[in-house]
Write a new protein. Sequence first.
Length: 193
Amino acid sequence: MARALSSWPSLDGHASVVAPRLLGSILHGPNGAGRIVEVEAYGSTDDPASHGHKGVTERTKTVFGPTGFLYVYLSYGIHSCANVVTGPQDEGQAVLIRAVEPLEVTPEITAARSRVKRQVDISNGPGKLCQALGIELGHDGIDLQQQDSAVRLELGDPLDPAEIVATTRIGISKAAEKPWRFYILGNPWVSKP
DNA sequence: ATAGAGATTGCCT
DNA sequence: GGCAATCTCTATA
């Protein structure tokens, strides 16, 4: 039995495998673009901390959709957080983008993050980068591979493993021991080096 | 129906 | 360092 080929083969693996592969890639949003410097993997049935763990809901249906699509959810009822759907379709896996380094701090980004004091506070957190790049709930479910999407992903070459740090995830209580947070060693935009 | 936790952030003391 | 803001989902009645 062959299953349908993924439209984006390099993302068609377990989130914990795909996550480090996304480091160094460019995320484009309405306000500008940023280089991904920190991510976290969320699995499905193997990961109690994942939104996909308990099956499809109105909020999480995108996670069970095609690989390479954007999953945006509202965190604490306030902040948008952006994820890349990975893994075989219908499994409910995704990679949370936790921090980006802006390629250029555009006027739109500055306006969206006008209260920051330190430069890195523009986008060194999952809610912050969404606000900076202009990613909102309404972008949930769009195809990151399409060139004309409001939010899209430009895959870069895989980084040297020596540049990547793997450690535990932040802000969760379940499955907190899994080393599924990945960031670029020495990058100042990482939220918690 | 109601209560409580949650992949966060920013302002307060 | 503490805590409010405020949406979604789950558990309990």
